[in-house]
Design a protein around this ligand. Structure first.
Ligand code: PLP
Length: 396
């Protein structure tokens, strides 16, 4: 006998993967340049040159046994110090190397954090739209994921609905800013409200309700937008960070968990993170990329390309009559579908070789996600198809 729920998870493909696979198949039929694939969030901008330069230098200058050997389970001490020094300088916080646990990306950061805190019957609240893997991660750790709809129009977190959803089983609130799939950045006003409610509710129920910030898109913000650091708002906070998007290194699997030094029982919670890392086999994140991250932290891939894509897409789709949520960050555009059934809309879009993702699995029916981490010329080629689609619905 095997674990049937694991088998089911392994057999199901996410909607995004389904469409991505369809794109490959269709590309073989009609030529990949004719497929307008906006399905997947794979960074399209290369890593900054400094990443490859650093890798070369490390290979030439560092003892090979050290470079490719095991580090401490929680990550190399100097690497974690580099994470702390950068965060302290940038966000005005006071962390030390011992507050950081190096991981294989944000996905691992999230599961380790959840595993460290979840007890049977616990619930984790998140705001819809949300990254669909949250359900898999939460349920895999034995928690129930409780989605709360964001405020219509702005898609800021609905803190009134959040407060109503909190009960004695609530272990954590999971936020994601900039958001996948909407690109929305949570304002400091929203974070202040969340923090006030969590302080009050933690007192009422006699245990901390944690705030988990999933931040793989932290640096991907446009114009003057800033992503506030949640450690400055709420003490019982975790940051689940990744270099996948900021440095365009999703395949290298490197990120970290930051446990706030002001968290209640910080040392015990940090030990639980280390324990969860052990149980899940997530010890000693890839050594070479720990060292690369330490050297390159604070740099980003050329995000001006994503901004150019965003502006072109939002301005054009709005002109054609579509209703879009203007993204301040990440590389996704969230668009209302002109018919209630987003899957039916995506099927119509396919007639124009436009591949969009219905947002039902993001907890938000009636929307699609358009991943604009593509070459700008793909967007230019796609605009006539978007216009023709708008015409089918009488939008223009
Ligand atoms: N969280 C969100 C919101 C994401 O969009 C992703 C990846 O796309 C992840 C977590 C996982 O990131 P990583 O590749 O660093 O594991």
């Amino acid at each position: 006998m095997i674990n049937a729920s694991m088998m089911n998870l392994g057999q199901q493909r996410s909607v995004i993967r389904e469409i991505f696979e369809y794109a490959k198949k269709r590309g073989a039929e009609i030529g990949s340049e004719n497929v307008l694939d906006f399905s997947i969030g794979n960074p399209s901008v290369p890593a900054p040159d400094s990443v490859n330069d650093t890798i070369r230098r490390l290979l030439n200058e560092t003892d090979s046994v050290l470079l490719h050997g095991y580090t401490s389970a929680q990550g190399d001490a100097n690497v974690r110090k580099a994470m702390a020094d950068y965060s302290n300088k940038t966000y005005g916080i006071t962390t030390t190397a011992d507050d950081y646990y190096m991981t294989v990306g944000a996905a691992a950061s999230l599961v380790i954090t959840m595993k460290a805190i979840v007890l049977p019957e616990d619930e984790i609240i998140t705001f819809a739209p949300f990254f669909p893997e949250y359900r898999v991660f939460a349920e895999g750790c034995g928690a129930k994921l409780v989605p709360v709809m964001s405020i219509e129009g702005t898609l800021q977190a609905d803190t009134v609905a959040m407060e109503e959803a909190i009960n004695e089983h609530t272990k954590a609130i999971l936020i994601n800013s900039p958001n996948n799939p909407s690109g929305v950045v949570l304002s400091s006003e929203t974070l202040i409200k969340i923090a006030d409610i969590l302080k009050r509710k933690s007192d009422e129920y006699g245990h901390p309700i944690y705030l988990i910030a999933d931040e793989p898109y932290r640096e991907l913000v446009y114009d003057d937008e800033q992503v506030p650091c949640i450690l400055n708002y709420y003490d019982n906070s975790f940051v689940c960070y990744s270099f996948s998007k900021s440095l365009s290194l999703p395949g290298e699997r490197i990120g970290y968990i930051l446990v706030s030094p002001k968290m209640q029982d910080n040392r015990e919670v940090y030990a639980a993170v280390c324990g969860a890392g052990r149980v899940l086999g997530y010890v000693c994140a890839p050594a070479l990329f720990q060292f690369v991250a330490a050297e390159c932290i604070g740099q980003t891939a050329d995000i001006s390309i994503y901004k150019r894509n965003r502006d072109l897409l939002v301005n054009s789709l709005t002109e054609y009559g579509f209703d879009c949520v203007r993204p301040d960050g990440a590389f996704y555009l969230f668009m209302k579908t002109p018919e209630a059934d987003a899957s039916a809309f995506c099927e119509k879009a396919k007639k124009f070789e436009l591949l969009l993702v219905p947002a039902d699995s993001f907890g938000c029916p009636g929307y699609v996600r358009i991943a604009y981490c593509v070459q700008t010329e793909q967007i230019e080629r796609a605009l006539p198809a978007f216009k023709a689609l708008a015409k089918e619905y009488g939008l223009c």
